[in-house]
Structure formats: structure tokens, C-alpha cells
Design a binder for this molecule. Structure first.
Ligand code: UDP
Ligand code: MG
Length: 313
């Protein structure tokens, strides 16, 4: 029988875990003659009873495994650890808050099975078509981010794509080969390639608990995404530099000609100050952009482990 590993990163989700477990088992029930299921929970350094919650499931059900981190390493690290721990022929990655409806699992499995010899899908991915229940300002910036990153990067990042995926072993192994420290999983999925079938669903609100992503955290995450999959900000900095050189050259000619024709009355220092401040700003911005890339390179060259395990089963 084939095996499916369900990878679930959890951070402070003690209440959500039992609900998730119950609902997911219910959802995969129709597949019980074809698929064996195992759970790989990743406790991402939670401060509440998440680990206890997981251990309780472990006692009841030996198909439940877990990796517990020594501190919070972030969802990306959690996904990586979960994929490493998963041993199934297929791996599904899901959020624990039931925003990724488990009822889609059988459908995803069917799509991959039925495509053998035809489209040969290695992955079924999901995107939500609505953002109902989300603050409008958050949706606005999310849309803006997807527009920007897709214009700047060769790697396509689909708007509304969730980290809810059903993947074959081949694709999982490819993802595990990518051991970069600054992980932006949405990009990695697309970067490794393989044929992907997209399923769409309406946004579902969280079952219990609250979102772990503040606006600020999302903002920093979106910058990480752009830095990881595009070097266009560097080109923009260079183009700005060239542009300003051109403008200043024309300005110089104008000033020289004017002095030759009309003489040189001392005037215009306020405008000079504004121009200097403006250019100073642009210079700092460009330095900042370069600095961000250097910082990423710095962190990457340290080759720190992506996560540290405190306990596992
Ligand atoms: N999560 C995690 N580590 C973190 C933040 C979140 O493992 O540092 C997990 C969280 O427990 C959940 C999933 O990532 O299973 C998605 O988080 P959340 O629901 O808060 O994000 P949202 O759905 O609001 O984007
Ligand atoms: Mg959620």
C-alpha cells in the first residue's frame, strides 16, 4: 500500500491540533484501502501546550510523529523539517488551523493517480480565490506584493497560493535538495518545477486561535521573497544612478551656458540644498538595497542549520 505523510507546522496551536487530527482522519477515510497515512507534526518552539497536545495523539496513534524545535524557527524551517521527517510516497503540507480544507486530500490524490500516463502531475497545489474574512488593507498589500514579485522575478509566484500541497516523493526530494538558509517556500515550489495542477477554493477562516502573522512580519517576509527570487532591485539602483548622471550632465551644460550668456549672480542655494538632500536619499536607498543582498549572502555563507531539534519521535 502507498503511504501519505501529512506535514503540519504548528506554533502555539494546542487547541487546533486535536481538531485538525480528527477532521483530517475523517477526510482521508475514503482512501483507507489505498493509502496509509502518517502525521508529521512540527512543533516550532511553541510556548503553550502544543507539544503536550501532539504527544497525547502519539500515545493513542502510532502513525503520529513529531519534531520539536529548541525555539521558534519560523514556518519555513518547520516545513523543511517536516518534509525531511516524512517518509511517504506522497507528502501533503498543511496548516493546522483548518484553513487548508482536508476534504480536498482525496481529490488531490485522485488527480495525481488519474494523471499517470497523461499529464503526469507531481504536485497538486491550492490557491484561494477569495480573501474573505481578511482585513482589506492586508489583501490590498498582498495583491500588490504578488504583482511586484511576478514582474521582478522569473520564478512565478501565484497570487493566493497556499502552502497546502500534495506532492510526489520526486518533488519532495527536489525541495529537500535546496538547503538555502533564507527559505521562501512559495518560491522553492515553483523553482523546482514539475507539473502542477492548481485547485481553487474559497477562503476559510481559522478554526481556533489566531494568526501568527502580524502586518509587519508579512511585510518583512515579502521583502525576503523579493530578495530571494529577484536581483531586479539591484538593477533598479543602477538604472537610477545612470539616470541621475544623465540629468546632472544636462544640468551642468545648462548652468555653464547660462553663466556664459547671463553672467553668474549668486542665487538658488535653497534649490541646491533640496537637490543635495534628494540625491543623498537616493544614494542611501541604493546602498540599502545592496546592503540587503550582502546581508542575505552573509547569513547564507555562515551555513547555520535551518533548525535545531530538541525532541522527536
Ligand atoms: N506557524 C509556524 N511557525 C510560525 C508561524 C506559524 O509553524 O512561526 C504555523 C502555524 O501554526 C500554522 C501555519 O504556520 O499551522 C500558518 O500560520 P497562520 O495560520 O498563523 O497564518 P495565516 O493562515 O494567518 O497566514
Ligand atoms: Mg491560518
Amino acid at each position: 500500500m502507498e503511504q501519505l505523510s501529512i506535514v503540519v507546522p504548528c506554533y502555539n496551536e494546542e487547541e487546533a491540533i486535536p481538531i485538525f487530527y480528527r477532521e483530517t482522519l475523517k477526510a482521508v477515510e475514503p482512501l483507507k484501502d489505498e493509502l496509509e497515512v502518517e502525521f508529521c507534526f512540527v512543533d516550532d518552539g511553541s510556548r503553550d501546550g502544543t507539544l503536550k497536545s501532539i504527544k497525547k495523539l502519539c500515545e493513542m496513534d502510532e502513525r503520529v510523529h513529531f519534531v520539536s524545535f529548541s525555539r521558534n524557527f519560523g514556518k519555513e524551517a518547520g516545513l523543511y523539517a517536516g518534509l525531511q521527517a516524512a517518509s511517504g510516497d506522497y507528502v501533503a503540507t498543511m496548516d493546522v488551523d483548518l484553513q487548508d480544507p482536508p476534504r480536498l486530500l482525496p481529490e488531490m490524490y485522485r488527480i495525481i493517480k488519474d494523471s499517470v500516463g497523461k499529464e503526469d502531475y507531481d504536485c497538486v497545489a491550492t490557491r484561494r480565490v477569495t480573501r474573505k474574512g481578511e482585513p482589506p488593507i492586508r489583501s490590498f498589500f498582498a495583491r500588490l506584493f504578488y504583482k511586484m514579485i511576478n514582474r521582478m522575478s522569473d520564478t512565478e509566484i501565484v497570487d493566493g497560493a497556499r502552502d497546502y500541497r500534495f506532492m510526489s516523493r520526486k518533488m519532495v526530494d527536489a525541495i529537500l535538495q535546496d538547503q538555502e538558509y533564507n527559505r521562501f517556500t512559495k518560491g522553492i515550489y515553483s523553482w523546482v518545477g514539475f507539473r502542477t495542477k492548481w485547485l481553487e477554493f474559497e477562503n476559510v477562516e481559522r478554526s481556533v486561535g489566531e494568526t501568527k502573522w502580524s502586518f509587519w512580519k508579512l511585510f518583512l517576509y515579502s521583502i525576503d521573497g523579493i530578495l530571494a527570487y529577484s536581483t531586479m532591485p539591484l538593477s533598479i539602483a543602477s538604472v537610477l544612478g545612470i539616470g541621475f548622471c544623465g540629468v546632472s550632465f544636462i544640468g551642468m551644460l545648462v548652468v555653464i551656458l547660462r553663466a556664459l550668456i547671463f553672467g553668474d549672480p549668486v542665487a538658488g542655494w535653497p534649490s541646491l540644498v533640496t537637490i543635495i538632500v534628494f540625491l543623498g536619499g537616493i544614494q542611501l536607498l541604493c546602498l540599502g538595497i545592496i546592503g540587503l543582498y550582502i546581508a542575505k549572502t552573509y547569513l547564507e555563507t555562515k551555513r547555520r542549520p535551518i533548525y535545531i531539534v530538541r525532541e522527536r519521535r
